[in-house]
Design a protein around this ligand. Sequence first.
Ligand SMILES: Cc1ncc(COP(=O)(O)O)c(C=O)c1O
Length: 471
Amino acid sequence: MREDRSLELQGDALRNLIDSAARRIVEYIASLPAQPSADNRDPAGLAQSLRETLPESGADAEELLDLLFETVIPRGFNTAGPGYLAYIPGGGLPHSAVADLVADATNRYVGVFAAAPGLAQIETNVIRWFCEIVGYPETAGGILTTGGSLSNFSAIVTARRDRLPDDFRLGTLYVSDQTHHSIQKAASLAGFPEANVREIPSDARFRIRPDLLSAKVAEDRAAGFSPFFVVGNAGTTNTGAVDDLEALADIAKAEGLWLHADAAYGGFFAITGRGRARLAGIERSDSVVLDPHKSLFLPYGNGSLLVRDPETLKKAHALSADYLPRMQEDSDLSDFTLLSPELSRDWRGLRVWLPIKMHGIGVFRTNLDEKLDLAEWAARELARIPGVEILAEPQLSTLAFRLTRDGLSGAETDALNAAWMEKTNGRGRVYLTSTRLAGRFSIRICVLSFRTHLERMEACLEDLRASITEV
Ligand SMILES: Cc1ncc(COP(=O)(O)O)c(C=O)c1O
C-alpha cells in the first residue's frame, strides 16, 4: 500500500501559506481606493491564457498566489472598490473572509444540529437577529442561503406547498413590472408555466399599482385560476423603489395570498429610522428575502430567507433517511437540512456573526444612513447639471437619470447616454451601469458599498460633468 501524507498541510507549511495569502490580501485591500474601477481589456484573451489541463504534479504556492493577485483578480469589474456604484454593490467585509477561513479550516458539519450544536446555534442567532430587524414575531424562522435568487426559489416552493394542491399548475403569482427576474426564474424552476407569473404595471415612482393587482386577482379567480403568491418589492434593482407594503398586506389578507417581500437589496435598511419608515408593512409579510451580500456589506454568496411560520419551511423541505442522525424535537434547536434544500454546506452563519459581534449593529446603521444621504446628495447634484433629468429619485440608495438635448430622437438620446456612461466609466474612478425605464436608456447609481464615502461620490459627479463635454 502506498501512503502519501503530503495533503496534511500543518505547522510552518500551513502558517506560511496563510501568511502569504494574508500579506497579499492586506496589500490588496489597502490598494483598493487607487485601483481602477474596472479593467475590461480583452476578457476572452485572459480566459484563453488561463486554460489548462489537469496538472499531474504540484506548483509553488507563491507563484500561484502571484498569478491570482497579479493577473486574475484585477481584471473585470472592481466589485470590492469604493467606485463600484453598479448593479447592487456591497463591498465584501474582510471579516467574513476570516470567518470563512476558520469555518473551512475547522470543517465542522452544520447541516444537522447534533453534529455541531454550537455552530448551529450561532447560525440560528443570526437568523433570529434578521427576524428582529424585519419585525417578525419571536416564533418566526428561516435559513441562510447563497443569495437572493435561491431564497426566492425556496420561498416560492414553500408557499406552493403551503397554499396549493399537488397539482398546482393553476396557481398564479403576481409581481410588478419592476420585480427582479429571479422571481420569474424561480417560478419556472418550481414548475409553474411561465405565463402564470402575472406582471402588474407600476406607477410613476416604479411602485406596483395595488388597484391593478386587485383587479387582476379577481379576473384570474373568475377564470378558474388559483391566485396564491404576491411579491412586494422592498427596494427594486432598477431604482430602489419600495412598494406600498401595507396596501399589499391588506390585499394579501383579503385574498388569501402569500405575501413575499423581496428585500434582497432594501431589507437591511430597516435598521435605520428612515429605512424602517419606508419599509413599513414588511413585518406583515409571510416571507422575506434579505441579502447580507448587499446591504450588510458581506462578500458574495450570502442570502437569507425568513418565514413568519417556520412550519411552512419544514412542510416543504423536511424528509428523513435511515443514515441520518436523529433530528431535534425542540423547535428552538435547528436542523437546517429540515428547513432547506441542502444537506451538506458551508457554515454560513459565522460570516455574518463575526462582523456583527465585532462592531455591533450600530456601525451598520451609520453606514446605511450614510448611503441614504449620499444617494440624496447625488440626486441633488445631478439635478443641477443642465439637461439632466432625474428619472427616479432615491427611495433608498439608488437613483436613475439621463441626459437630454433639444432635437434628439429617442434612439439618439439613448446613444448619447450610453456614450456618457462609457466616457465616465473610462476615467476609472467609478463604475456605473444602466437599465431601461419606460423604454428609455437610463443610467443608475447604487451607493451601497461600505467603502463608498463622500469623496468618491464627488469624484463620480466630477467625472460625469467632465464627460458631458465629450459626448
Ligand atoms: C431585488 C433583488 N432580488 C433578488 C436578487 C437576486 O439576488 P442574488 O443576485 O443574490 O441571487 C437581486 C440581485 O440583485 C435583487 O436586487
